[in-house]
Write a protein that binds this ligand. Structure first.
Ligand code: CA
Length: 240
């Protein structure tokens, strides 16, 4: 298993496994595709492990839960569908995106029925891959089987889009909720405005980073100033 880590713009990281929400396992036997996917995901801030066949993929997946697994179907040693079944039998909450040249509807339906959370057909645009990884990862963080997300003194109610930072329950707007959720998913690391803008507003708000500042201000007004700290000239940190 090869690891590709990227530095994160200042967030301190301890040794050992990276947290779930940034960890991706890529099970792919074509070295060029594996390397290309690993490189682009690492450049987007993810921690990437590579497995070159089904057996290696299963071994890695048994070691820990990943934020997301990208799984090729046509693999040596253990076929991708078997890998999918095996991983989900052990850990039904593991999120797996099938990435395959097999494009027929039956294969897609079969994988989604087994429990894959998405199916991306090769060849794919790297930008689409990144967008899908982010989206599926976000869903995983939002509801890893539960209604509440805890981070320090803050509790987020995913079902009702509410938050409690110890001063009572408050309702959040969609953007406020998404921003807080993104920051909580980053743990204690610093998030740049650009990063938050991309995560919450997507491509549409490119360059308009003042919406991040405005939304942070509203979150502070609702939850207390100390929930999010400002990191001068860099961005923000969830710091309850
Ligand atoms: Ca293959």
């Amino acid at each position: 298993v090869t690891s590709l880590s990227s530095s994160f713009g200042g967030g301190a990281r301890t040794s050992g496994d990276p947290p779930d929400h940034i960890s991706v396992l890529v099970i792919e036997d074509e070295p060029l595709i594996a390397r290309m996917v690993a490189r682009v995901l690492a450049s987007e801030g993810f921690h990437v492990d590579l497995a070159a066949d089904g057996g290696e993929g299963l071994t890695s997946a048994r070691r820990r839960r990943y934020g997301l697994i990208l799984l090729d179907l046509l693999l040596p040693l253990v076929d991708g569908v078997e890998v999918l079944r095996d991983i989900l039998a052990r850990d039904p909450a593991q999120r797996i995106v099938v990435v395959s040249a097999v494009a027929d509807v039956d294969s897609k339906v079969r994988c989604l029925r087994i429990g894959a959370c998405d199916y991306l057909v090769k060849p794919f645009a790297l930008s689409e891959l990144v967008a899908r990884v982010r989206a599926r990862m976000r869903e995983g963080v939002a509801s890893p089987g539960g209604r509440f997300i805890h981070g320090g003194s803050v509790v987020l109610d995913v079902h009702h889009r509410m938050a409690d930072a110890g001063r009572g329950v408050v309702a959040l707007s969609q953007r406020e909720f998404a921003l807080l959720q993104s920051m909580m998913a980053m743990g204690g690391r610093i998030a740049t405005r650009e990063e938050l803008l991309a995560a919450v507003w997507g491509e549409s708000a490119h360059g308009a980073s003042n919406v991040v500042d405005a939304t942070v201000a509203r979150l502070r007004a609702k939850l207390g100033d100390d929930v999010i700290s400002t990191v001068r000239q860099v961005g923000y940190r969830f710091d309850p």
